[in-house]
Design a protein around this ligand. Structure first.
Ligand SMILES: [Zn+2]
Length: 154
């Protein structure tokens, strides 16, 4: 079991010759035409908020709902399914929680079994902590020690 939330850097082979956000689209290319990326490396348009699903940081295409691992280090998104048609074919920026919130989100989620590691941008840190408290069966249990005790408000 991972003690971190998987992003593109862990979920994809990172070709050092490629920008991290390019690795996902190029590894998942399933179109008839040869793989290609937007000629302009800059991101524009409406940013995409990343979320956590089953222990993975995900960027989901607002145009077609295609999803990929989100890159922590290259905060851009390009959909292999619709080629970001909704964004005139340009890279889109991904929006992540701020660093402090990200650390808390990952800490709270990693107390859970992978199948229970979910977070949406609309969920507060307090809501995540409350979920952990209300659903102890979803938490990782160390052998012989019972559920991990949560710091904070409980
Ligand atoms: Zn798409």
């Amino acid at each position: 079991m991972n003690d971190y939330i998987v992003a593109a850097e862990q979920g994809y082979y990172m070709d050092p010759a490629l920008a991290p956000a390019a690795c996902g689209p190029l590894q998942h290319w399933h179109r008839d035409e040869p793989p290609s990326l937007p000629p302009d490396d800059r991101a524009r348009g409406t940013p995409i908020r990343v979320y956590v699903n089953h222990g993975r940081w995900i960027a989901e295409c607002p145009g077609c709902r295609g999803a990929q691992y989100a890159s922590r280090t290259d905060r851009r998104f390009y959909c292999v399914d619709c080629l970001n048609a909704w964004n005139a074919g340009a890279w889109a920026r991904t929006l992540w929680p701020d660093d402090a919130s990200l650390a808390v989100i990952e800490d709270l989620l990693c107390r859970r079994h992978v199948e229970n590691r979910h977070w949406l941008p609309s969920e507060s840190l307090a809501a995540l902590e409350l979920e952990n408290h209300l659903h102890p069966q979803a938490l990782v249990v160390a052998a012989g020690s019972g559920a991990i005790r949560l710091p904070g408000i409980f």
